[in-house]
Design a protein around this ligand. Sequence first.
Ligand code: HEM
Length: 129
Amino acid sequence: MENRNEQNLSLYERLGGKNGIQSAVKLFYDKIKDDSRVSHYFQHVDFTKLMEHQTIFLSFASGGPNYYTGKSLTQSHEHLNITSEHFDDVLGHLADSLIELRVTGRDIVQVLALLLPLRAQMIKDPKER
Ligand code: HEM
């Protein structure tokens, strides 16, 4: 992915469009699989399907084509009992992947700002929200 800063490009375009986002998602899941704190959540998941869904979701979240029609985030995560700490571990892996792809700090902040408000829909204990 190129490190592009043009003011007129959307965040989706600056991340390299569909291809750039696909590379980020791939690196992201490699990191998750190697981290025993969070890898167990993904043990029985079809990774090809999950990567496809995450790519679509991230495209949507960054202002790309809006074609995510999957289940709600609450529906797809409630059976997993995700803790607040593990949510942050996973988002940390996403940020590390974007750093490796030489995405700018400013753009990484924007991606995290889009994703962090979704935490309450995904973690198990409302008190931790
Ligand atoms: C803002 C952060 C996150 C976003 C945007 C997100 C998004 C998604 C999406 C779009 C799906 C696919 C849903 C479907 O098509 O069925 C999914 C599934 C899944 N997510 Fe997340 N997720 C996030 C955080 C997390 C975290 C922190 C974990 C674990 C610690 C996690 C674990 C999973 C698992 C295991 C599945 C597959 C569930 C299944 O197929 O049974 N996600 N996520």
